[in-house]
Design a protein around this ligand. Structure first.
Ligand SMILES: [Fe+2]
Length: 252
């Protein structure tokens, strides 16, 4: 009888190892059995679910027409290394992807690497560049949806200390094309290629670090990937299976 009482009062008590994993490694994967298909219920244990660019709390990551040439979530294209929503103050603390149906084509991985570790590596390998980052804020721009006029724009440091923890920001699309969600026209000219600015060098070093050190995660059907968005850089590999369907959540 007492066991039943415990199960009802603390349905997710067995998830402490997932919280530990998230804190130590920066990401974790929950199996469907661990959250009994109550995605929003289990996410509340990690943080409040907050609205995304379009005002919704659950965003479909699946192929939609009109984005075939863009590195956008609702295309099947690869998306370069980034932290989510760097134009938000603060950006979502955690990101979650619930996999309804994973790609079966060999692509569609979520790559993850520790951005704070990357910055630490620069302290010894590129001390002047690392100092430059502390002295120079970077403009981040986000068009809510490619091709639409709504834009958010902020000036933020790559690493921002706050009372709740350090916030790391990185965006391949921003550094190369001047927008987190670039238009087709913006994609024609990279601001990083052939550029010697400190930000361009930082972008190239970050990309190289990601390629060398990232863990590619192919979230199994039904599972829930959660990562620390103030710490981890993520990216998506290109895929060709149109049935791939995930739901994205932002946690405050
Ligand atoms: Fe993302």
């Amino acid at each position: 009888m007492s066991d039943q009482g415990l199960a009802v009062s603390a349905p997710y008590a067995a998830l402490s190892h997932r919280h530990d994993e998230l804190a130590t490694r920066g990401w974790t994967v929950l199996t469907p059995e661990e959250f009994a298909h109550d995605v929003e219920g289990v996410l509340h244990g990690f943080g409040p679910i907050v609205p995304q660019f379009n005002g919704q709390t659950a965003f479909a990551i699946t192929r939609k027409p009109g984005y075939e040439d863009l590195p956008y979530s609702q295309s099947m294209n690869g998306i370069g290394p980034h932290t989510e929503a760097p134009v938000y103050g603060p950006p979502p603390r955690y990101l979650a992807l619930h996999c309804l149906r994973q790609a079966t084509c060999g692509g569609g991985h979520t790559g993850l690497v520790d951005g704070i570790e990357f910055l630490r590596s620069l302290t010894s390998s590129e001390p002047e560049l690392r100092e430059w980052l502390d002295d120079h804020p970077v403009e981040f721009v986000a068009t809510a949806k490619p091709g639409e006029p709504d834009q958010r724009r902020v000036l933020e440091y790559i690493l921002t200390p706050t009372a709740s923890g350090d916030i790391f920001r990185f965006s391949y699309n921003q550094f190369h094309y001047g927008d987190v969600n670039p238009s087709k026209q913006a994609l024609e000219q990279s601001q990083v290629a052939d550029s010697d600015t400190p930000l361009a060098r930082f972008a190239r070093l970050g990309e190289a670090y990601f390629v060398e050190h990232n863990t590619p995660v192919l979230i199994p059907d039904g599972c829930l990937l959660i990562w620390d968005n103030w710490r981890m850089i993520h990216a998506r590999s290109r895929y060709s299976d149109p049935a791939r369907h995930l739901t994205r959540y932002w946690l405050g």
